[in-house]
Design a binder for this molecule. Structure first.
Ligand SMILES: Cc1cc2nc3c(=O)[nH]c(=O)nc-3n(C[C@H](O)[C@H](O)[C@H](O)COP(=O)(O)O)c2cc1C
Length: 369
């Protein structure tokens, strides 16, 4: 079946971006996913794309990034589109409305978006109730945040871990959204160390052993990167997601809304987030699982993230421009790229750019897989 998205997109793009997003989620709730993906989602994944990580079997490394299904309405419909895993959230402990609208801007000429949602969330009660109703066949991570008016960020994350551990295949501590005042300060060394120690203890108290990941911003100094890598290794978290949206505004942006306040995602984020991913791989010596996210819109982009050190890759903004058939195209392209370069498995390609690029010399350790 031909891809229907090129015909649907002009209609969606006439709507305000947040409304277009909501309609897409609604279409998935109405089980129109198969139709929207042009049937690409129903294909079985090539075994070369499979990977076992954190005791879970990923049939392919392409995941949906946080922010698209904030309230966990359609994780299974998203998985049916062909994603290897889906991250829902960010979820805050209590429901909150987020920032006033408009708060999402599509930058068409730049294949990018700027958002300042500010953690609009249905809250843990509603989201966990939805996730409990799943039959839990695919891999779903839950991305956790804090309420805007909370006086104690650590307690908010502890509550998220304690309550979401039973319904999540992995948990994400999101301290990198640019749209919640003061949040990114939790990435500073002393704050991060104290936070992660408490959160790992909270996770361990659940006795469910859900892997705990940290999601970081792309706007870090090299000292901050060093600090995060050291603290991540010392505290024993299970992985890092690199990266959230950026507050930077590259000079190349052409779209009318390029100066809107918020986090920039999509194509202009690719280079910076991939460079940070490579740095994190080097700084953590290949000992931590990494998820690469930021500007992925093709198989070549996903492959670059994997070679820079990502076990898994996520995307969101490109889905808005290219529709769900993109997922199948990326997976097919990845299979070709792995075969072209003589890799027998995805695992062999992880971090490969560090060993092939002169002077780098980091090898993928088995601990990452
Ligand atoms: C509209 C929108 C909302 C987002 N909301 C969240 C969120 O709630 N939590 C989060 O961790 N990341 C959020 N993100 C960031 C994405 O998960 C991802 O890190 C970022 O967009 C880069 O990937 P991309 O270029 O493929 O979109 C959001 C991104 C967009 C575009």
């Amino acid at each position: 079946m031909p891809d229907p998205y090129p015909f649907i997109r002009p209609l969606l793009f006439r709507l305000p971006p947040e409304c277009a997003n909501n309609i897409s989620v609604l279409a998935l709730q109405c089980r129109l996913g198969r139709f929207l993906a042009g049937n690409a989602g129903s294909k079985t994944d090539d075994p070369i794309l499979s990977q076992r990580l954190w005791g879970r079997d990923f049939s392919n490394p392409i995941g949906l990034a946080a922010g698209c299904d904030k309230d966990g309405r359609v994780p299974d419909a998203m998985l049916e589109l062909g994603f290897g895993f889906v991250e829902i959230g960010t979820v805050t402990p209590r429901p909150q409305p987020g920032n006033p609208k408009p708060r999402l801007f599509r930058l068409d000429e730049d294949r990018a978006a700027i958002n300042r949602f500010g953690f609009n969330s249905a809250g843990l009660d509603a989201v966990i109730a939805r996730l409990r109703r799943r039959d839990r066949r695919g891999i779903v991570g839950v991305n956790l945040g804090k309420n805007r008016d909370s006086a104690d960020a650590t307690s908010d994350y502890e509550e998220g871990i304690r309550r979401a551990a039973a319904v999540a295949d992995y948990l994400v501590v999101n301290i990198s959204s640019p749209n919640t005042p003061g949040l990114r300060e939790l990435q500073a060394r002393a704050n991060l160390q104290a936070l992660l120690r408490r959160l790992i203890a909270a996770r361990d108290r659940t006795s469910l052993a859900a892997p705990l990941l940290l999601k970081i911003a792309p706007d870090l100094t090299s000292q901050e990167c060093h600090d995060i890598a050291e603290v991540a290794l010392a505290t024993g978290i299970d992985g890092i997601i690199v990266s959230n949206t950026t507050v930077a505004r590259p000079a190349c942006l052409k779209s009318r809304d390029a100066r809107e306040t918020g986090g920039l995602s999509g194509r202009p984020l690719f280079a910076a987030s991939t460079a940070l991913l490579a740095d994190m791989y080097r700084l953590t010596q290949g000992k931590l699982a990494l998820i690469g996210v930021g500007g992925v819109a093709s198989a070549a982009d996903a492959y670059a993230k994997i070679q820079a050190g990502a076990n898994l890759v996520q995307l969101y903004t490109a889905l808005t421009f290219d529709g769900p058939a993109l997922i199948g195209r990326i997976k097919a392209g990845l299979v070709e790229l792995l075969a072209r370069d003589g890799f027998a498995s995805l695992g062999e390609a992880i971090g490969a750019s560090h060993t092939t690029r002169a002077g780098a010399g980091v090898t993928a350790s088995p601990a990452r897989r």
